[in-house]
Design a protein around this ligand. Structure first.
Ligand SMILES: Cc1cc2nc3c(=O)[nH]c(=O)nc-3n(C[C@H](O)[C@H](O)[C@H](O)COP(=O)(O)OP(=O)(O)OC[C@H]3O[C@@H](n4cnc5c(N)ncnc54)[C@H](O)[C@@H]3O)c2cc1C
Length: 588
């Protein structure tokens, strides 16, 4: 038995960060890791994936790209990461942890793993389990892929994303199942290196969790890269063949490939952790419910504190894991801190890339985590309070935006910006196209676009989605604006450098603030629509995009120049926030 102030279960991004911080704050800490110290992001997800995408962009050969990936991921050797933790004062214990009582974790050690010094031993084979006690437990066990219900799946050559990102093989023909962020990135990456890729997505569009335009533009880009994109297609049956496999879709189509890559869903890794001992009932797919302090809801009154950080709480990004880890560490060290989920970026690192942050029309949105703090029963976690939030694949009701777009397609569109209904804050949308900026013109970029969503009640930005080259870089000011609740009026007065994509942001902000210059935009829109019609791609998605672009052009022509509702130069920020008073009717 070894006693620690803090036991961290899981040594990925979140676990390593919490452990290092609390050890630095003077706590005794044990970190239990069943696999690689550093977790998915460093070895099997973000870094290898982005490394390969960048290699593809530089035109490297597959062999060179794999060599670079091996360099970036340290050849899947985590000894340097383990040493860093040891130097920080963290006791690293390799094995699988399970909670056996409030205050106690039992670790089944990996073969040949040393017994922790605090347990009084160094001989590795003395016993296969170690018991640890704690005052604070941090659950940071990440998430795991979920196999879709496809008959015959276990008999065919299939990859998880982690397997694909650590394999030296470049399949000649590959099926990617799932059109979420990982599916899109891997489709583009393999297609760029010469694989014949078919992406199969059950929903009618890519990136189903984001506004339709993002997935539509991405579908065009992936098709340009040579991929075959099958939307609204559900896979039903897989069979092994001499060359690999055949996948049958519900419409009767059969696709042959050497391999199937599963990128169709993940769920928090909670099985076998012994959470019932803490009085928690979890069902597969459920995220750990947390308070804004990242304490696991419903675990109070047991004489110990239980915290959670990372994908296990329903977040799906490395930066979110690190953010929650900071919050957990601060609270363990006695510095009250609450997480605010209003502006956590969501990125897809394709070309063009997709950047989204905050609430979207008709979406679950992301509320500001205004403090519930000490109420252990409350659930103000990252998924908008969703105790049963599923990862990545969230069934979304038809959005108000979709209805507005359907109306637009029928020629009944309202002038932009458009106010949308639905639950949560009422959002006003402004749009801009990167092709209308000098940067877009110079780069001959006709695929980029952005939408900004302002809260009609408060006049501050609630969310944004952009598609374009390196969108995360030039959209990060929106993240700040949402988090700091900077009034749209102030943002519209910010000067953006010429020639940059930031100028598209400026156009949309000015439109939201009622200072946009619509006639000039209309001229440019007309020009860009002409350019787009020259694209040599004929797909239903292209038609949809073209229709939407014409609608935007019409809107821009029809949009009357609005009265400036407030004086940007004279009012201070607080005054403006009070005075903006977005009114739905202003935009009709
Ligand atoms: C293909 C792909 C690409 C991605 N790209 C990006 C990107 O570009 N940017 C981005 O921000 N995010 C990206 N992500 C998401 C990102 O990888 C995750 O959000 C991040 O790794 C989560 O960190 P974590 O600490 O919560 O979990 P993990 O890193 O998964 O760590 C959890 C650790 O817990 C260990 N563990 C589990 N159970 C036990 C147990 N019982 N005992 C001991 N140890 C245990 C596991 O072995 C694991 O190492 C990507 C994900 C995928 C799948």
């Amino acid at each position: 038995m070894a006693a620690f102030d803090v036991v961290v279960l899981g040594g990925g991004t979140a676990g390593v960060h919490v452990a290092t911080e609390v050890a630095g704050g003077g706590k005794t800490v044990a970190l239990v890791e069943a696999g690689l110290i550093g977790g998915e992001s460093a070895y099997l997800a973000c870094l290898p994936s982005n490394s390969l995408l960048l290699s593809a962009g530089r035109g490297e050969s597959w062999e060179d790209a794999v060599a670079r990936r091996a360099e970036v991921t340290g050849g899947l050797d985590d000894s340097a990461a383990a040493q860093r933790l040891s130097r920080a004062g963290v006791q690293v214990i390799r094995g699988t942890g399970r909670i056996t009582a409030p205050g106690t974790v039992e670790v089944t050690r990996a073969q040949d793993a040393p017994v922790p010094a605090a347990a009084g031993g160094t001989a590795s084979r003395a016993s296969s389990t170690t018991t640890l006690t704690y005052s604070d437990l941090v659950i940071a066990t990440g998430c795991e892929p979920v196999a879709p219900p496809i008959e015959g799946l276990s008999d065919i050559p299939a990859w998880t994303t982690a397997q694909s990102l650590s394999s030296p093989d470049l399949p000649r023909r590959l099926i990617v199942l799932g059109g979420g962020p990982a599916g899109c990135e891997l489709t583009q990456m393999y297609a760029s290196f010469g694989s014949q890729v078919t992406l199969v997505e059950a929903e009618p569009r890519l990136l189903p969790g984001e506004p339709a335009f993002a997935g539509e533009i991405l579908a065009v880009a992936l098709r340009r890269a040579g991929a075959d994109i099958r939307l609204g297609s559900r896979a039903t049956k897989a069979e092994r063949t001499a060359d690999g496999l055949t996948l049958a879709l519900e419409d009767g189509t059969r696709i042959d490939a050497a391999r199937l890559l599963l990128a169709s869903g993940r769920r928090p890794r909670l099985g076998g952790l012994g959470l019932d001992v803490l009085g928690l009932e979890v069902t597969p797919g459920m995220a750990l419910p947390t308070t804004t302090r990242c304490e696991v809801a419903g675990t109070g009154g047991q004489g110990v504190r239980v915290w959670a950080a990372g994908d296990v709480t329903g977040t799906t990004h490395t930066h979110a894991s690190r953010y929650q880890a900071d919050v957990v560490a601060a609270n363990i060290l006695g510095r009250h801190r609450e997480a605010d989920y209003s502006a956590i970026p969501r990125c897809v690192f394709t070309t063009p890339s997709v950047f989204a942050v905050g609430a979207i029309p008709g979406g679950a949105g992301v509320t500001t985590g205004a403090g519930d703090g000490d109420d252990p029963g409350a659930d103000h976690g990252p998924g908008n309070g969703g105790r049963t939030r599923r990862m990545l694949r969230i069934a979304r009701p038809p959005s108000a935006e979709a209805a507005a777009e359907a109306a637009a397609a029928e020629g009944t569109a309202e002038a932009s910006p458009v106010a949308q209904g639905g639950s949560g804050p009422r959002l006003v949308t402004a749009r801009a196209r990167l092709g209308d900026t000098a940067r877009g013109y110079l780069g001959q970029d006709d695929l980029g676009r952005l939408e900004l969503y302002a809260d009609a009640g408060t006049g501050v930005l609630a969310g944004a989605v952009a598609v374009g080259p390196d969108a995360a870089s030039w959209m990060s000011e929106v993240t700040l604006a949402i988090r700091a609740r900077i009034p749209v009026a102030v943002l519209a007065d910010v000067v953006h450098a010429f020639p940059t994509y930031g100028e598209a942001l400026q156009t949309a902000l000015r439109e939201l603030a009622g200072t946009g210059d619509s006639p000039a935009r209309a001229d440019q829109q007309e020009k860009r629509t002409g350019t787009l019609s020259e694209l040599d791609i004929e797909t239903p998605e292209d038609d949809a995009i073209e229709q939407r672009q014409e609608v935007i052009a019409d809107e821009a022509v029809a949009s009357p120049r609005r009265e400036v509702p407030f004086d940007v130069n004279e009012a201070d920020a607080a005054e403006q926030e009070r005075a903006v008073g977005f009114d739905d009717d202003d935009y009709r």
